[in-house]
Design a protein around this ligand. Structure first.
Ligand SMILES: NC(=O)c1ccc[n+]([C@@H]2O[C@H](COP(=O)([O-])OP(=O)(O)OC[C@H]3O[C@@H](n4cnc5c(N)ncnc54)[C@H](O)[C@@H]3O)[C@@H](O)[C@H]2O)c1
Length: 344
């Protein structure tokens, strides 16, 4: 357990997404960003200037930066291919690590990283910021209340015509690797279950502006017997869903629908006996807590608090690897055309 009140952090990777980290970091009073690293030194310098971090060290090499600044924590906002190297070096230097999703670029790397964190006795946790939104927390609380009875089925739809125009247009498995990890993680969270097997079909729709498959459907069997189905595309024009996706969850006594935003509607059985049962509309209560909300900020606050108290964050690597295994399992199933067991 750490006894210090002020924690010193190094941020690795000063690209477009680092904005969310730095915005959040300045809201956390007992956290000091002491170093910024990027392969492109100018990117790190620019962030230091933008965020008034004139005293922060600037570097292009994570190892040298860790030797120079000896931080308590490392924030890894580099590209997925660099997560392994950054995390392993940070753990070797005795740092706790909070890394961007996906945890790693391969399952082999992910397993090594989880083992290294456990051996080092340090926290290695992953940003799944979409878990830290009031809508999903509200739905999760409602499901936990048992109003719908035991859950049997979870469906999610994700359809967004995303014209990124950058590396994603040329990336393999762009939807499954870069986006579906959020949706799969949400499914595990909502269903309170872990994956057992997957069958997935991935394809690139005719007329697609992507080089590789940008659409997928996947059927997961979960360890509580529940079935989770995913349908998604980043190459679908019109009627977009939210980035959280559109959900239907079925329990033995009723169903709930969530649009990924504010709208949650549920019905439970009030009377049975006829061809159709009679249903009662239910409005799940709002999520009123200030805990576990706020996207990157909420997750980073939890991480910092856990570093100080020795508690375990919700998105600890040993749990988050199961969401990653859903993404890699789906990719492997699509490649082989077979239904595959999921292991982590
Ligand atoms: N949680 C979310 O909602 C969300 C959204 C977007 C991106 N991301 C994730 O954030 C990460 C970064 O994405 P981005 O959009 O900022 O990418 P980006 O390409 O804009 O930035 C990545 C930066 O990392 C730097 N970098 C690469 N290897 C490095 C290394 N070894 N050491 C130091 N710096 C290194 C690059 O020079 C670049 O500036 C990815 O893992 C991505 O999946 C998450």
């Amino acid at each position: 357990m750490e006894s210090k009140t002020n924690l010193r952090a190094v941020l690795a990777g000063c690209g477009s997404n680092s904005k969310y980290w730095l915005d959040a970091a300045r809201e956390i009073p007992d956290l000091e960003v002491v170093g910024l690293v990027d392969l492109v030194e100018e990117s790190a310098r620019r962030k230091a200037a933008e965020y008034g971090l004139q005293d922060a060290a600037i570097g292009t090499d994570v190892r040298l930066m860790l030797e120079q600044t000896s931080p308590d924590v490392v924030f890894d906002c580099t590209v997925p291919e660099a997560h392994f190297q950054v995390t392993m070096e940070a753990l070797e230097h005795g740092c706790h690590v909070l890394g961007e999703k996906p945890l790693a670029d391969t399952m082999e790397h992910a397993r090594e990283m989880v083992a290294a964190a456990q051996e080092a006795g340090k926290i290695f946790s992953v940003i799944q910021n979409r878990r830290y939104m009031p809508g999903i927390r509200r739905l999760r609380e409602f499901l936990k209340s048992g109003t719908l009875g035991p859950l049997t089925t979870v469906n999610s739809d994700f359809y967004i015509g995303a014209h990124f125009g950058g590396f994603r247009d040329h990336m393999q498995h762009v939807l499954l690797l870069d986006m579906a990890i959020h949706t799969f993680d949400a499914a595990r969270f909502l269903a309170n279950a872990d994956p057992v097997s997957v069958y997935c079909k991935e394809w690139n729709p005719t007329g697609s502006w992507y080089d590789h498959d940008a659409s997928a459907v996947a059927v997961f069997e979960m360890n509580n017997g529940l079935v989770y189905t995913y349908r998604g595309s980043w190459c679908a024009e019109g009627l977009p869903t939210t980035w959280e996706g559109d959900w239907r969850i079925v329990g033995q006594r009723g169903s709930v629908k969530w649009d990924g935003g504010e709208n949650i509607m549920a019905q439970v059985v009030s009377e049975t006996g006829g061809f159709h049962s009679t249903y009662q509309d239910i409005s799940p209560p709002p999520y009123n807590s200030v805990e576990k909300v706020g996207g990157h900020l909420g997750l980073m606050q939890e991480f910092i608090s856990c570093v100080k108290t020795g508690a375990t964050p919700e998105t600890i690597c040993s749990d988050n690897i199961k969401s990653l295994a859903m993404a890699f399992g789906a990719i492997e199933s699509a490649r082989s055309g077979k239904c595959l067991e999921i292991a982590w």
